[in-house]
Design a protein. Structure first.
Length: 80
């Protein structure tokens, strides 16, 4: 996801990834920041896929409400 161009500010990005970890659990990885600069990274672990998907969708909805727009989706068939 990313924001549009704002006056005198580069656009911001927000990336969400749902991945299976090495121990059989699930993780939601999010990365965000201004385009062209170093960003921040946060990883949250979940015991099952459904909890991880729900968390990802809540984060997505919050960022969409803040003005971010979806620019690329991969693997959407796994989300409810």
């Amino acid at each position: 996801m990313q924001t549009g161009f704002m006056e005198n500010k580069p656009p911001r990005y927000y990336q969400l990834i749902l991945e299976k970890d090495l121990l059989g659990g699930w993780a939601v990885v999010r990365e965000w920041g201004q385009q062209g600069s170093g960003g921040r990274l946060k990883r949250e672990h979940f015991n099952d896929q459904e909890d991880a998907q729900n968390a990802l969708m809540q984060i997505r909805d919050k960022q969409l409400a803040r003005g971010y727009k979806v620019v690329f989706i991969q693997g959407q068939e796994h989300l409810k």
